[in-house]
Design a protein around this ligand. Structure first.
Ligand SMILES: Nc1ncnc2c1ncn2[C@@H]1O[C@H](COP(=O)(O)OP(=O)(O)OP(=O)(O)O)[C@@H](O)[C@H]1O
Ligand SMILES: [Mg+2]
Length: 381
């Protein structure tokens, strides 16, 4: 049996030691690695378990022990079947018992010793266990990232009902404009109120579109960007996935922004939006390489070709060329539609627009395919 591990530790040396120890143990691999033991660790672990239901977790409690315990309890609550090894410098009875109570299956004292680590892996292999159920009750985060400006990222990030649309494109800040609403509050207010966030407060701070989705917008002034930090985003994301079924993020196109990165890392799927223009595809290639380096898996990344033409003229890339260059199949092709532009001009989401039937159909089929709904019958790229 092969063993997949998820490591959470703010100590780089600890993470490296585990990698080193694994070299000598057959059929083991690290499938995810987190440089912190944060309160929303469970979200990432749940996402990892969806792809690797047999993965086990190693949590380093040495730093921030109290927070690490809280994080551990949340992981165990969210994924009761996951096998957890806890590690710390303190190995007094109290710490060990507290770890076991919080959900650990095993305990390893630090500094890690190879022989002890190997024994822990053997104990884990011998423990009969159920695969952690991949079906989590958490909402899913879907990010849309543009390989270039104007490729249609914002247009595609619109969806309807029970969805929270978070506009993280501080520069463009045009989700609100595109769906025709004028927000009273912004991410700045969300950041200021995070510690007491609940559903009632949340609904007071976001814009509710008549179609039923909640819109969270960046502040009007670009320079206020700094007030909403990456840790704030992570905390906000935990709140969102606990309370809402689907969270759609307009991630703009600046992957060097730490906020955008955090959003992409919390996403079940990242839709990389391209058009058939060569510069967009070239950028997409660079983005894919960067995102994989940053820890996103190929299967989390989906290529969406917007304004897709089956038989493009010679200035545009064909689907085959795109797939070859990006070395992965395109997930979906959204046709070009005059009604997309018309909806923006009218300030109505095209999903609410009767005239936008063609785009609406393509888009619903796309959403079905993305969420795994069965009715995905329309053509996919
Ligand atoms: N499938 C489509 N068919 C026709 N027009 C489209 C389509 N998708 C997007 N558009 C139009 O292209 C323009 C740019 O779209 P959008 O604002 O969504 O792009 P973006 O990638 O978010 O751009 P930015 O970099 O400015 O944020 C808009 O006018 C939009 O209506
Ligand atoms: Mg945009």
């Amino acid at each position: 049996m092969s063993i997949s591990l998820i490591i959470a530790s703010s100590d780089e040396h600890f993470r490296e030691t585990i990698h080193d120890s694994l070299v000598n143990i057959a059929n083991t691999k690290v499938i995810a690695e987190y440089p912190e033991v944060s309160s929303n660790l469970y979200i990432r672990v749940l996402q990892d378990l969806e792809r690797n239901p047999n993965a086990a977790l190693i949590v380093d409690m040495a730093l921030d022990t109290e927070d690490a315990f809280k994080a551990l309890e949340k992981v165990k609550q969210a994924a009761p079947d996951v096998y957890i090894i806890v590690s710390s410098y303190q190995a007094d009875g109290e710490t060990v018992i507290a770890s076991l109570r919080a959900g650990a299956n095993d305990f390893l004292v630090q500094p890690l010793k190879r022989a002890e680590f190997r024994d822990a892996i053997t104990r884990m292999e011998r423990t009969p266990r159920r695969a952690a159920s991949g079906e989590s009750r958490l909402g899913k985060v879907y990010s849309f990232l543009g390989a270039k400006g104007g490729v249609g990222t914002t247009t595609l990030a619109q969806r309807q009902q029970q969805t929270v649309l978070v506009d993280l494109d501080f520069t463009a800040n045009d989700c609100a404009m595109q769906v025709g609403s004028s927000p009273q509050h912004t991410l700045t207010d969300i950041g200021e109120n995070l510690s007491r966030m609940d559903s009632a407060l949340f609904e007071g701070l976001v814009t509710r579109d008549p179609l039923g989705f909640f819109l969270v917008s960046p502040p009007d002034h670009v320079e206020q960007r700094v007030q909403f930090t990456e840790p704030m985003f992570r905390e906000f994301a935990s709140f969102l996935v606990e309370k809402h079924e689907a969270i759609v993020i307009d991630a703009g196109r600046w992957i060097s922004d730490e906020l955008v990165l955090a959003a992409l890392q919390s996403s079940s799927m990242v839709f990389l939006v391209v058009t058939q223009h060569f510069p967009a595809i070239r950028n997409a290639q660079r983005y894919i390489a960067a995102l994989v380096r940053l820890g996103l898996s190929q299967d989390q990344l989906k290529i969406v070709v917007n304004q897709y033409q089956k038989k493009p003229d010679s200035n545009l890339a064909t689907l085959d060329q795109i797939q070859q260059t990006l070395n992965q199949p395109a997930f979906y092709g959204i046709p070009s539609s005059a009604s997309a532009v018309a909806s923006v001009n009218r300030g109505r989401p095209f999903v609410a627009d009767r005239g936008a039937g063609d785009l609406d159909r393509a888009f619903r089929a796309f959403v079905d395919k993305a969420t795994g709904a069965r009715s995905a019958t329309a053509k996919s790229a």
